[in-house]
Design a protein. Structure first.
Length: 385
């Protein structure tokens, strides 16, 4: 068996209402901490769901500051501003409370405020040199799994993104609380859920770092997500299904931490970066055609996953793989998620630029089970138009 490395967040708390226990978790793990910074976005702050966890922290004697200017696909300027805010309030611990963008920014705040290394020197793999502040991640969507990864994705130009990948970005504690996700609208629930499913599928088929642990995590993740996604989109108040989705998303995050994403994400990034399509929808749009492209190299693995998504599939591995892909297309339609690039304003004349941009995602493309050239990327986009 091939050798591999596997690392993950050391402490996980999973229970509805668990965010109310943040004060006791901090006292248990970081008894010296008194000043806490909560990182979130304006939309989640407006829901009022931040109020109860913050009040519980303040009632326990913690001084709490809130940074709520996180934006989707966070640009460098936001990260730098947030780090300055953290230094200004002398934060001793950072809590990421939100979706993937808030948690990604929280990771970098913890590093930037805990050392004097500049953000521009961190891009790439293993380039974080300093320490960080203690970090707790509390996801409010079941999608990115960012609470379990050591990756932070930042928008570095008008449409380009770069990643910071370093072990320092692993959180100390992840808290999964379904109560924080109960108000998420069906469209956002569907988009983030499909994003998590893509994480599981891509981790399971990574041609470089796929390993026995990531396989088990990805398989269980996909099972939880596929089993419960219809229920949470139909009834967003289903706490049990919401908690299962959070667990599935977390397991997918654990899987991609050691067996990262690949071609689907590489081709999704230009869709989001150029056309400002939310990440989960970007993934959903290109997912079927990327999987079809990969079948010659990943049919056996897709056939194994078909046991979850399309259990009635019969025949060869290729036939089972195609059944899985077709069921994923039906799922997107059932959840009222866009299935064609034209539905988000993309035209034939945009495809060359998109294919060029996709080729910049070498960190992801190298993991794909089948090599994707620029011509391949354009053909995949054209088939999705």
């Amino acid at each position: 068996m091939d050798t591999f490395n596997f690392s993950c967040v050391p402490n996980i708390v999973s229970a509805p209402g668990a965010a109310q226990s943040l004060a006791s978790l901090i006292r248990q793990h970081f008894p010296q901490v008194r000043r806490v910074l909560v990182v979130t976005d304006p939309g989640f702050l407006a829901t009022g769901l931040v109020d109860a966890p913050v009040a519980a922290l303040e009632n326990a004697g913690f001084a709490v500051s809130i940074y709520s200017d996180v934006r989707a696909d966070p640009p460098e300027a936001v990260v730098i501003q947030a780090a300055e805010f953290a230094r200004g309030c002398a934060a001793e611990l950072v809590i990421g409370l939100g979706g993937g963008s808030s948690m990604d920014v929280a990771k970098l705040i913890a590093v930037l405020a805990g050392s004097r290394q500049e953000l521009k020197t961190m891009y790439g793999i293993g380039n974080v040199t300093g320490d960080r502040l203690p970090l707790i991640q509390v996801p409010t969507t079941a999608g990115t799994g960012s609470e379990m990864t050591h990756i932070s994705i930042i928008t570095t130009g008008e449409t380009t993104k770069m990643g910071v990948v370093a072990p320092q970005l692993f959180a100390d504690i992840a808290v999964l609380d379904a109560d924080l996700t109960l108000g998420l609208p069906p469209k956002a629930t569907a988009a983030t859920g499909i994003d998590a499913m893509v994480h599981a599928i891509e981790a399971y088929t990574n041609k470089n770092t796929k390993n026995p642990i990531s396989d088990v995590l990805a398989y269980k993740s996909l099972s939880l997500l596929y089993t419960h996604i219809d229920a949470v989109c139909e009834n967003g108040k289903d706490r049990s299904a919401r908690q299962a989705m959070l667990l599935g998303s977390m397991l997918a995050g654990m899987a991609v931490a050691s067996s990262p994403c690949a071609g689907v994400h590489a081709l999704a990034y230009p869709v989001g970066g150029i056309f400002h399509v939310v990440h989960g929808i970007s993934n959903a749009l290109v997912l079927p055609e990327v999987l079809r492209f990969n079948v010659p190299a990943a049919a056996h693995q897709y056939a194994e996953l078909a046991a979850i998504v399309a259990p009635a599939a019969r025949g060869s591995d290729e036939a089972k793989a195609m059944s899985m892909i077709e069921e994923l297309e039906r799922l997107a339609a059932r959840l009222h998620v866009e299935t064609r690039l034209s539905q988000v304003g993309i035209k034939e004349s945009d495809l060359d630029r998109m294919a060029e941009d996709a080729m910049l995602q070498t960190r992801l493309l190298k993991n794909n089970p089948r090599e994707i050239t620029q011509a391949d990327a354009r053909a995949i986009y054209a088939a999705t138009l």
